[in-house]
Design a protein around this ligand. Sequence first.
Ligand code: PMP
Ligand code: GLU
Length: 383
Amino acid sequence: MRGLSKRVQALKPSSTVAMNAKALELRRQGVDVIALTAGEPDFDTPEHIKEAAWRALKEGKTKYTPPAGIPELREALARKFARENGLSYTPDQITVGVGGKGVLYNLFQAILDPGDEVILIAPYWVSYAAQVELAGGVPVVVKTEAEAGFVPDPEAVAAAVTPRTKALVVNSPNNPTGAVYPEEVLRALAELAQKHDFYLVSDEIYEHLIYEGTHFSPGRVAPEHTITVNGVAKTYAMTGWRLGYAAGPKDVIQAMTKIQGQSVTHPTSFVQWAVIEALESEKSLEFIRMAREAFDRRRRLVVEGLRALGLKTPEPKGAFYVMPDVTPIHEDELKAGEILLERARVAVVPGTDFKAPGHVRMSYATSEENLKEALRRIGELLG
Ligand code: PMP
Ligand code: GLU
């Protein structure tokens, strides 16, 4: 009998992807919309990385690779983890995948049985809950407060642990809040994973975009329990290249690779070669510095601008998102998002699927000119 699976019927489309697609479509139709929806840097991929991909193509690096990725890339990643994160992983503890998103998908498929619980710290990135559910798992939500800078209280996380807890996901710097968790909080969460013997999934994809505070990898505290997930999309403006990676206990990494070997096989061969250049070239450091400074200027512009308009706006310390309280526009954030789009022609992502009621997410990964115009339009709406 024809018909879709119950699994896919229960699945919601990604609201971040959908809202961005909607904004781009309106622009294509000639509507003058400012899109603050995109979770991607507005910069182009640096030239030296594109050249490395071109070189790989010309050298015929166009064939299948091992499902965990080429050994040269996994060796470069092992050096990266040691150099930047103080983590010591061997290449056989590392696997690459189709974006950070693809890696997380493989991971949840590899560790979850039906009914297993995964603690998510809200507001959280929409795809964690969807991917956990696709693997038969049950998201358990621990809330954080704007007044606490959206940093979790480790005791509140501990209170959510049950005998069915299989994993806890932490994402610092955070999408959508911009929170950067202090080292002591990350240490406490890693110790919790050790004490109750569950996995700590540490999504560090925004590690280089920090404006206040420093990055700490909890895998340093609990190496046997942590799976460190990352990708090149945000750091090197390589969203469309689709390459992510993970490191952790060998059995988990091998299981993730086994799933990949039966699904997409591996990420694109010449992209893997270009990523080695991204990771190891001095030029990348210059690019990261430039991007970080630009995002920091925009961050201050947006936070000050929104506050001046009377919207309560917690200060983000990392990534490139800000989450104002939009209840002065409408108490329902979905409605507030619609009003912003229809009356101010500013596209945002409503907080609903991030579990951030009363808030919307704005990405400031766009030009200062666009941001100023967006603020002007929102001001007009409120005035
Ligand atoms: N983790 C977080 C927190 C993200 O915001 C994103 C997407 N932007 C990803 C993972 C996945 O990124 P990608 O698949 O593009 O590597
Ligand atoms: N992660 C980005 C975002 O949150 C890109 C879209 C997605 O993959 O969710 O907007």
